[in-house]
Write a protein that binds this ligand. Structure first.
Ligand code: ASP
Length: 315
């Protein structure tokens, strides 16, 4: 499986993940850091694959895979979330199931260890799709399965240093030199139903209360068995305006484009000045991983257990 290009399309995938897109340049990443990223991606893929082999449903595969990435401080979600303009980790997540297009999302939570699992609770245990801030946290407090933590859990020296750097230039970014990003997973189960999940801390030094694309169904996340499952990463405002995840699905449904054609057309065309990428998976096992930035942390596992992970991309 070759996923080295920034427009790669592969077949027979069962699980595709990303750990964020951005200005990820080989000269800025030490070999140790690279190894940590590959290892983090691999650990998540292996967890998802184990579940797939055991016959888990697609929603469980994406939720559990994203939890592995949320717990890894190297990625901008859960433990490693970037900090907002008040120095606080403010988290967003969403999850969607392809068989019935049921969805759950949360935004602006500051005490949830694994936001993706709370998004799943919204999907499965409430009549709602999208909960924010206090309401989401209060729901979490009533549930044993959702762990709440203090802000110190999310504090890493690296994220603090990145915030100070952004404050100096008064800018907002995916992270310091746009390196480490959002996480996401798209999967199909043995019955070929799809699901997608995305989780993030958003952008370093974002205004508190700002909501990016990651928790917005149709922008950062989409799943529909007849077309595709999508998880996005990048400059959220552009992804919301282009309704990126839904747009890829719509091109497949209405224009009968293949997944690879639709995903590449949106990321390398429709998105215009927006930077980022998506992971995309169809029920057939076709997967696409397009991005228009220097790199995107990404990985795929095929039905036979073959794993590919990559960071940079060539055209
Ligand atoms: N899309 C996320 C946001 O705008 C950031 C990222 O993907 O790294 O909040």
């Amino acid at each position: 499986m070759n996923i080295s290009r920034n427009d790669s399309v592969v077949q027979d995938a069962i699980l595709v993940i990303h750990g964020g897109a951005g200005t990820i340049l080989e000269e800025n990443l030490t070999p140790e850091r690279e190894a940590l990223c590959h290892a983090g991606l691999r650990a998540a893929l292996e967890r998802g694959y184990e579940l797939w082999k055991g016959g888990a449903d697609a929603l469980t595969i994406v939720e559990q895979t994203v939890r592995v990435l949320e717990d890894d401080p190297i990625f901008n979600a859960g433990r490693g979330a970037v900090l907002n303009d008040q120095g606080i980790a403010e988290l967003d997540a969403s999850i969607m199931r392809g068989i019935d297009r049921m969805a759950g999302a949360i935004t602006g939570v500051t005490t949830i260890k694994n936001p993706i699992s709370l998004a799943r609770v919204v999907l499965e245990k409430t009549p709602f799709v999208f909960l924010s801030g206090l309401g989401a946290e209060e729901l979490a407090a009533t549930l044993d399965e959702i762990e709440q933590v203090g802000q110190e859990y999310f504090f890493t020296q690296e994220r603090w240093n990145q915030l100070q750097a952004q404050r100096k230039t008064n800018s907002v970014s995916l992270s310091e030199d746009n390196k480490f990003g959002t996480v996401g997973a798209v999967a199909r189960c043995k019955e070929n139903h799809l699901a997608a999940a995305t989780s993030t801390g958003g952008m370093t030094n974002k205004r508190h209360g700002r909501i990016g694309d990651s928790p917005v169904i149709g922008a950062g996340t989409w799943a529909e068995d007849a077309t595709c499952a999508i998880s996005a990463t990048g400059h959220g405002e552009f992804f919301i305006r282009a309704a990126v995840a839904h747009e890829i699905s719509a091109r497949m449904r209405h224009a009968r484009e293949s997944l690879g054609v639709a995903a590449n057309a949106v990321i390398h065309g429709e998105l215009e000045a927006g930077t980022g990428g998506v992971i995309a998976l169809a029920a057939s096992g076709e997967a696409a991983l397009p991005f228009n930035t220097a790199g995107m942390y990404r990985g795929v596992i095929a039905a036979d257990g073959t794993i590919a992970t990559a960071i940079y991309g060539r055209r």
